[in-house]
Every structure is written in C-alpha cells, then in structure tokens.
Design a protein around this ligand. Structure first.
Ligand code: FES
Ligand code: FES
Length: 151
C-alpha cells in the first residue's frame, strides 16, 4: 500500500511499509536528511516535525498513520526565516543535531503565541534536549525571532 500526505506543502506518496517510522521515510525515501535521529525512543526531540501543526517526534510515528496529514520538516522552514536567522545571530547551534527539532518546536510555539515569555519558550522547548549549548542562547534566539516577527 502507499500513503498520501502533504510534505512541506507538496502532496507526496510514500511507498514504504506502513510500519516504517516517519523519521526513516523522511530521510531514506524523500532524502530530507535535516530531520535527525538522536535517541530513537521519543525522548530527545531531535527528530521532531510538525504534523497538522503539532510538534511530534517522528521516530514514534508509523507512516501508515499519516494519510491526509500535513507534515512540515525543517526543510519546510525557509532559510531566511526570522527563526533561522536568530539561531545564527545568537550562536544557538553547536553540533547541530538538536537544531532542526529546536527550530520546529520554536515555530510551533510562535504559531500559537507571537509574544512568548522566557518561561513560555522554556516550556515549549522542554521536550528537546541539547548536549552542547546550555540552552540560554537557544532561548535568546527564539525571543529574538519573536521580537523581529512582531516588528
Ligand atoms: S530520535 Fe526521536 S525523540 Fe529522539
Ligand atoms: S547543538 Fe549539539 S545537541 Fe544541541
């Protein structure tokens, strides 16, 4: 069987087994390698994508569940978006493994809350682990992007 869904704005057809993790479908079938694998167990957020606007760990989602869904991976975020620029300006990336998931978690927050507080940002990114940055610069980047989007 094949599964049809929307991926970064385009209708796509996956021919993978329905039990295949969305993470693997993105990386192996569609060559969208921006989505990273960290723990593979739903704990780190490195593989996070937006499904119908919700932040979801793609390592936990079988592609068979996605019929008709709207999936947005990091490739669906424009490189010149305020969030991506803010991550660069603030030095919020080191090894980069967590960054796609962080950006998507931040996008999910800003889609719902255009003026988040630091606490809002901390809460929204609490499911995304970073081993490198100490988080402060990531939070700073999200707040900077929110400020820029408001102006
Ligand atoms: S790789 Fe999916 S949550 Fe860690
Ligand atoms: S930048 Fe390395 S895990 Fe976050």
């Amino acid at each position: 069987m094949s599964v049809e869904f929307i991926l970064n704005g385009d209708a796509v057809l996956s021919h993978s087994l329905e039990s295949t993790r969305l993470l693997d479908v993105l990386r192996d079938e569609f060559a969208l390698t921006g989505t990273k694998e960290g723990c593979g167990e739903g704990e780190c957020g490195a593989c996070a994508v937006l499904i119908d606007g919700q932040l979801i760990n793609s390592c936990l989602v079988p592609v068979g569940q996605l019929s008709g869904a709207n999936v947005r991976s990091i490739e669906g975020i424009q490189e010149d978006s305020p969030l991506v620029r803010a991550f660069a300006i603030c030095g919020a990336t080191q090894c980069g493994i967590c960054t796609p998931g962080m950006v998507l978690a931040a996008q999910a927050l800003l889609d719902k809350n255009a003026k988040p507080s630091l606490e809002d940002v901390r809460w929204a990114l609490s499911g995304n682990l970073c081993r490198c940055t100490g988080y402060a610069r990531i939070y700073e980047a999200v707040l900077l992007a929110a400020q820029e989007m408001a102006e």
